[in-house]
Design a protein around this ligand. Structure first.
Ligand SMILES: [Zn+2]
Length: 238
């Protein structure tokens, strides 16, 4: 499940898809490596829904998530599309996870939601929990669905939780840095990679202001995302 490095070198606990109970991926398009960009995310899901279909998916996702918390049903009494939008605006799902079991539930919840959007799998390549554990999403070999036109050129790493105001725990940040350096060591990530936040390539609050302020101090942080605007303009996404 992780032949690219020695477990002793990981310095964090790594959980494969099998361990957190992923369903098989329907989308396994190979990604061209080494990848030039790493995109950092938080979880703030489901996002606002703008169509009935999107809202249906959001409701199913919330029910799945709430069921996974042992609540027996979706927790909200009544969700009109407008109410749903408001709920999303002030809720964060999944919330930060502090135990392996909570993080497994968060991973399953995200995979269910992303599958309901017909993305064929959880969108991110890897997720990191508050306890510093790293959870395998799509892994190093396939294209993710996490950053629009940057998908084909980046890995998406999600720090589980809402980091608009709260600051991620140090161990979570250290695992994220270590994960990126392992990607460089195994040839998946270019040594000259650029680190960016989701909000630099799409109109979103993700990865949250508090987290964004932190990653903007890290090595390789870049404001150079002009390439993606060119890609959009020329419709030249490969
Ligand atoms: Zn994001």
């Amino acid at each position: 499940m992780c032949g690219w490095t020695d477990f002793d070198d990981l310095k964090y606990k790594y959980y494969s898809r099998e361990e957190w109970g992923a369903t098989p991926a329907a989308d396994r398009r190979p990604i061209a490596t080494p990848v030039q960009y790493v995109v950092i995310h938080h979880t703030y899901l489901p996002a606002a829904c703008n169509t009935t279909q999107q809202c249906f998916s959001a409701m199913k996702s919330m029910q799945d998530y709430h069921n996974s918390m042992g609540w027996g049903d979706i927790g909200y009494q009544r969700c009109t599309e407008r109410a749903l939008y408001l709920i999303y605006s002030f809720s964060n799902l999944p919330a930060a996870c502090n135990t392996t079991q909570e993080c497994f539930s968060a991973m399953k919840s995200m995979q269910d939601y992303h599958n309901s959007m017909e993305w064929g799998d959880i969108g991110y390549h890897f997720c990191v929990g508050s306890n510093g554990g790293v959870y395998e999403g799509r892994g190093w070999n396939v294209v993710g669905i996490h950053a629009g036109r940057a998908n084909n050129h980046s890995y998406g790493i999600c720090l589980i939780g809402d980091w608009r105001v709260a600051t991620p725990p140090k161990t979570m940040l250290e695992s994220t840095k270590r994960l990126i350096s392992i990607g460089v060591e195994n040839g998946s990530i270019s040594p000259n990679y650029k680190l960016i936040g989701h909000n630099q390539v799409m109109a979103t609050e993700c990865p949250g202001t508090a987290l964004f302020n932190i990653i903007s101090t890290w090595n390789h942080f870049s404001t150079d995302v002009a390439v993606f605007k060119t890609v959009a303009k020329n419709n030249a996404l490969s």
